[in-house]
Design a protein around this ligand. Sequence first.
Ligand code: NAP
Length: 481
Amino acid sequence: MDDQRLYIDGAWVEAQDGETFATIDPATGEEIARVARARAGDADRAIAAARRAFDEGRWSAVPPRERAALLRRIAHRLHTEADELARLESRDAGKLLADAREDVEEAAEMFDHYAGLATSEGGEVPPPGPDAMSLVVPEPVGVAALITPWNFPLLMAAQKVAPALAAGCTAILKPAEQTPLSALELARIAAEEGLPDGVLNVLTGFGPEAGAPLVEDPRVDAVSFTGSEAVGRVIGRVAAETFKRTTLELGGKSPNLVFADADFEAAIEGSALGVFFHQGQVCSAGSRVLVEQTIYDTAVEALCAQAAELRLGHPADPETTMGPLISAEHRAKVNSYLEHGRADGARLAHMGTVPTDPKLANGFFFPPVIFADVDNTMRIAREEIFGPVMAVIPFGDEDEAIAIANDTPYGLAAAVWTTDVKRAVRVSRAIRAGVVWVNDSQPAPVEAPWGGFKASGVGRELGRYGLRAFQELKQIYLNLE
Ligand code: NAP
């Protein structure tokens, strides 16, 4: 693949100092492409371009109907180019091709959805009196920095770019260094569909070099960040210095509660999917599986049997059900939890095998792992591993299950498996998390709010809630006397 450039002010440009870095195929360890490595000078150019585009009204002054039409054209292009985009994403992120295909479709849906909201989300208040009126005018917040992680590269980009553009903002997108390619494709499509210069800029590079300057700069009005708790903490603090509107979508250690009255097979299948989907590299992974004592032994056995069916291999092979981790560095981190689990006294109930195909010898594969008899105080139950490592924890009754579920610094998601509807609602209400699934795991409909309680973040994405992050509400009071 050709060298990839930055996209700034409607032009494809090299980094100012001409530096590049490699983006790697996690399944083979091979270099896919060299990508421009943006630093502070490039960030400065991108911010200036986005600021100018905003201040000149190149996009904010475009009527919402026309903005919506352009978003729909982007959605259409994502649909029509879905095969190529999915192949690229699968290669860059080590995603199963089928999952990457779904991500592209969901990204398209995101643009369609926000096209609808661009023309339908206003504000209204009753007139304050007979001789006065208040108008509520949603206005774009301005220049937005959009910083995304590597686990759902195109989808996370779409989740931020679509509402930012729908609101009339201009934006600078900083994709993760491991997965820069689909963000550049999105910019290409948007440009080809007529998005004015400077409205969407893409800076590829490393967080501290290309991302941090966006968060510090007073010309940037909003930051929408998805990534780790550690980086989110820094971003939240730095962004507050210049009073940026800030959305933080961070990590989790989500509980998955299996009650004895659950549909057993569905619960086992869903619990396994909840932690092994995309190799566990999912913010909402249900990595703590809490099982009621009376079905505990059978459930552990069934979970292990489920994990044993996973087939690790090349992400493009239709037989593969689990691909590689994103990088060697990340694999080393995930691997360190095997030792923590053992040292803390958990029982290693299952450990799969990595592929033997010599073509994949340099890939970053890691086997599915199940630790049973885990205590919620152990590191494997407290820290986000972001890999295919399940911690199974027994519980005695509903109150204990809720207490364990909530005993975590995080609060992104939870799953509750039960056939008792009253219990489903009771437990869902008691869990301190932004998303609770009942008899399911991992769906994230575009219309519904997504985000975390506690250390899992600040603010909400998706649906109309996601649009608000990119809007300021203005009240105009009319004295009609
Ligand atoms: P990360 O290391 O925090 O990186 C996220 C993004 O921030 C990357 O683009 C990164 O750039 C950039 N970055 C790093 N340091 C920065 C700094 N000082 N200033 C500005 N930007 C900086 O997270 P990750 O490893 O990519 O992603 C995994 C994490 O994301 C997990 O914790 C997961 O739970 C979370 N996540 C949350 C959600 C959610 O919806 N809540 C969704 C997906 C993922 P570089 O990578 O180039 O350094």
